[in-house]
Design a protein. Structure first.
Length: 384
C-alpha cells in the first residue's frame, strides 16, 4: 500500500526509549536543546506582532520567486556582508528543507547521488529518501581543527553523483569552509559538472572570524546556497527561508528557470510571513547578540570544567551552537548517553547520531541556559 521510499524503521532508538521510560516528574537537564524559542532568549514580540499586522494579505499576488520587497530584504542582509546578490537569483521557501527538495528535484533523477559530509546533521537521509535520491558520504577529518578530506571526497564520486553538499559552518562540528577549500570544491564540481549545495543557516554564528566566507554568489561552479530566519533571527516558527543560485551564467539561467517553475507549482510561501520578513531580519542583531553571549559563556564554562579533569576534551569549534566532546571510548556512545540519562538525569546526543564513525564522542548544545549547562556538564564529567 505504501511507497518504498517511506519504508523507514519507525521504532524509537534506545536513547529515546530510555527518555520515555523515565518516571513522570523526574527532572532532566537537556543538553541537546536546539530550539531558540524554548531557550530563554528575549524577543521583541510587539515588533513581531506589528510586522505581521501591517503585512498586506488582503490581496493575493502570486509570485513564484517570492514577493519582491521580501527578496530585497534578503539582498540587504547579504549586502551587510559585502555580497551583491540579485533578487532575480533567489527564491523564497518555507524552510531550508523545502529548498533542499527544490534542488534535489532540479538536479537529480531517481537513484542519483548527492555527497554529504560526515559528521553532519542526520536530517539529510530523510530529505534524500523523500526525493528518491541516494546519499554518499565524504569525511571531515580532525587534526587540530576540521577540514574536508578531498581525496576521500573525489573517491566517493560516481557516474550517478549530481552534487556535493557543504554545511557552512558544519553542524555539529562548527567547521567553516576555508577559501582554499572553496577553490578546490569549485574545481572538482566544475570539471565534473556537479552542483555545489551550501547550507549556511549557522553562518552568522562565528566564534573566531567576524566575517567568514559565504558561498552565496559563488561563481566558480553552479551553486545553490540556502539559509533562513529559523537560525538567523531565532524564529523557526515563522517558516521563512531562501535559496540563492549562482555560478556560470548558462548553468545559472537554466537552473533558475527550472526552480522558478517548481516554486510556481507549489507557491508555498505565506503572504503574511513574506510581508514581515524585512522586520524579522532587522531583529536578528538583538537575538544574535544574546545567543552568542550565551554560547561564549557556556564554552568558557565547559573549558573550565574540562581543565579540572584528567580525561575528556572538546574539539575545536569555529562557529555554530554545538560542542563535540571527546570522552573515553570504554563503551558505545549510545550506552554512555543512556547511562548519563538514567543515572545522572542528563540528556546528550551520542556521536553516531551525527555519523561519527567511532565511539568516544558526545554532542552538546551551547544555547542551554547557563545554570543548566554548568550543572549538566558537572554531572556529565562526574562519570569519568
Amino acid at each position: 500500500m505504501f511507497a518504498d521510499r517511506t519504508n523507514w524503521d519507525f521504532a524509537p532508538n534506545r536513547l529515546s526509549k530510555a527518555l520515555a521510560a523515565l518516571p513522570a516528574g523526574r527532572p532532566v537537564i537537556d543538553l541537546t536543546t536546539s530550539n531558540p524559542t524554548a531557550a530563554g532568549f528575549k524577543y521583541d514580540e510587539r515588533t513581531f506582532r506589528r510586522a505581521i499586522r501591517s503585512s498586506v494579505f488582503s490581496r493575493y499576488e502570486p509570485e513564484a520567486k517570492g514577493l519582491l520587497h521580501a527578496r530585497r530584504a534578503v539582498a540587504e542582509y547579504y549586502a551587510a556582508r559585502k555580497l551583491n546578490i540579485s533578487t532575480d537569483d533567489m527564491i523564497l521557501t518555507t524552510s531550508t528543507s523545502e529548498a533542499y527538495s527544490f534542488v534535489f528535484r532540479t538536479i537529480c533523477n531517481p537513484g542519483d547521488e548527492i555527497l554529504v559530509p560526515a559528521p553532519s546533521y542526520p536530517l539529510f537521509a530523510f530529505l534524500a529518501d523523500i526525493q528518491d535520491v541516494r546519499l554518499a558520504r565524504y569525511p571531515l577529518v580532525y587534526d587540530h581543527g576540521w577540514q574536508l578530506d578531498f581525496h576521500a571526497l573525489e573517491q566517493a564520486i560516481t557516474p550517478r553523483t549530481r552534487g556535493i553538499i557543504v554545511v557552512n559552518p558544519n553542524n555539529p562540528t562548527g567547521h567553516f569552509c576555508k577559501p582554499t577549500e572553496i577553490v578546490r570544491l569549485n574545481e572538482i564540481c566544475s570539471s565534473r559538472r556537479l552542483a555545489l549545495v551550501a547550507d549556511e543557516v549557522f553562518l552568522d554564528f562565528a566564534l573566531q572570524s567576524k566575517n567568514p566566507p559565504s558561498l552565496a554568489g559563488n561563481s566558480g561552479t553552479l551553486t545553490f546556497t540556502m539559509s533562513g530566519i529559523s537560525k538567523i533571527s531565532g524564529l523557526p516558527q515563522m517558516k521563512a527561508a531562501w535559496l540563492i543560485t549562482s555560478g556560470p551564467e548558462q548553468w545559472k539561467a537554466a537552473a533558475l528557470a527550472r526552480l522558478e517553475l517548481i516554486a510556481d507549482t507549489f507557491l508555498s510561501m505565506n503572504t503574511v510571513i513574506q510581508g514581515a520578513i524585512p522586520e524579522f531580519l532587522k531583529q536578528r542583531r538583538g537575538f544574535q547578540k544574546q545567543l552568542m553571549a550565551r554560547v561564549r559563556k557556556n564554552l568558557a564554562e565547559l573549558d573550565k570544567q574540562l581543565s579540572a579533569q584528567k580525561v575528556g576534551s572538546r574539539l575545536a569549534i569555529e562557529g555554530g551552537w554545538y560542542a563535540v566532546l571527546r570522552v573515553p571510548a570504554v563503551r558505545s556512545d549510545e550506552d554512555l548517553a543512556i547511562e548519563l540519562l538514567t543515572r545522572k538525569g542528563v540528556y546528550v546526543h551520542p556521536g553516531h547520531f551525527y555519523d561519527f564513525q567511532a565511539d568516544g564522542y558526545l554532542v552538546v548544545s551551547l544555547i542551554v541556559p547557563e545554570k543548566d549547562f554548568a550543572k549538566g556538564m558537572k554531572l556529565l564529567l562526574s562519570m569519568f
